[in-house]
Write a protein that binds this ligand. Structure first.
Ligand code: GDP
Length: 326
């Protein structure tokens, strides 16, 4: 049974990856931060199952900012594969808390690489990188060769982490990959991200609980894919015979208005009458248009995004119609 260790197991991607690896017969270990609440909404359905929890799925208290504990867990678990997904993942919030964003996302990754360097048997590692490293690109679509020009604290932290992963691969012969992921969404997306804010808002409007939805900048374009496919791509990177960096994206550039239209179509309404804007949700700087070229992942790994924006919006809105509180 191969052993995987996941940092960020409680997040959207961590929970989908856990399901994927359990299905494939892995023993899965996840790092969780000590908090007063032990509720882990995205994993609860797995760890209430006594055939799985503490049999095939194990959670450990550890923190990227606590190297002693991290090292202890790494030594005890001896993973074959390490999926590094942890970090402060909200771009907007990174303007409010830039130092802690860099501590976890940039320095946390470097610390992890240093710990792995000392292990007698190094795991294969994949880091969840981000399209935010491209910032305001001059090339469309972006691929692995595109110049990195981040424009947000989150983007700068991810650029540092991404380059460190490459440097450790090239300098110390690590099997280390960057999954340069464009936005990927699902019903498990955190509710402050725009797609989930919209899908929850549409469901609340349909139920008559909310009259409108307040957003920030509507004039933005993103490449939005379906999260379970992206963790599948990360797994494929670690099964390949050579480590490398890969863009994971749909290749479609969609506007926020396209997503709004698709989400409101699920409840047969136009979006325009329900939208207000508020400068509170507008960022000091941001990426306006990103679209990725994942032809390398397709050619090398056979990975290709499968879900359209309309399908994605439907999956999310239907979930939020059925589960009002989650
Ligand atoms: P990001 O691409 O990782 O920053 O993902 P988000 O879902 O947080 O934001 C996507 C885009 O939607 C950004 O360009 C935001 O400026 C824009 N946006 C517009 N209104 C909102 C809003 O109310 N909340 C969020 N999170 N983003 C918004």
């Amino acid at each position: 049974m191969p052993t995987a260790l996941i940092t960020g197991i409680t997040g959207q991607d961590g929970s989908y990856l856990t399901e994927l690896l359990l299905e494939k017969g892995y023993q899965v270990h996840g790092l969780v931060r000590r908090q007063s609440s032990t509720k882990r909404l995205r994993l609860d359905h797995l760890y209430v199952n006594h055939d799985i929890y503490e049999q095939q799925l194990f959670l450990h208290y550890a923190d990227l900012n606590d190297p002693t504990t991290m090292r202890r867990v790494l030594t005890a678990v001896q993973p074959d594969e390490l999926y590094h997904l942890a970090g402060q993942s909200h771009v907007g919030a990174s303007f409010e808390i830039p130092e802690s964003t860099c501590q976890t996302t940039a320095m946390g990754t470097l610390r992890l690489l240093e710990m792995i360097r000392d292990l007698p048997q190094r795991p294969r590692i994949v880091q969840a990188s981000s399209s935010e490293i491209f910032g305001s690109p001059t090339a469309f679509p972006q691929n692995e060769q595109t110049t990195q020009r981040p424009v947000t604290p989150y983007g700068v932290a991810k650029t540092f982490a991404t380059n460190m992963v490459r440097v450790y691969r090239e300098s110390f012969d690590f099997f280390a990959c960057n999954a340069i992921c464009y936005n990927h969404e699902s019903p498990r997306r955190g509710e402050s991200f725009v797609t989930r804010k919209i899908s929850r808002g549409v469901a609340a409007i349909a139920r008559g609980e909310q009259t409108h939805l307040t957003l920030g900048n509507l004039d933005i374009y993103r490449d939005w894919g379906y999260a379970p496919e992206y963790v599948q791509g990360m797994w494929q990177m670690l099964q390949h015979d050579r480590p490398d960096d890969y863009v994971l994206a749909t290749g479609q550039s969609c506007s926020l208005k396209d997503f709004l239209k698709a989400a409101f179509e699920v409840i047969d309404r136009p979006y325009e009458p329900y939208i207000k804007t508020d400068p509170r949700f507008v960022r000091p700087a941001e990426v306006h248009r990103l679209v990725g070229d994942s032809s390398k992942a397709e050619a090398t790994l056979g990975w290709k995004s499968q879900t359209s924006l309309q399908q994605l919006a439907r999956i999310m809105v239907e979930h939020d119609l059925q589960h009002p509180s989650v």
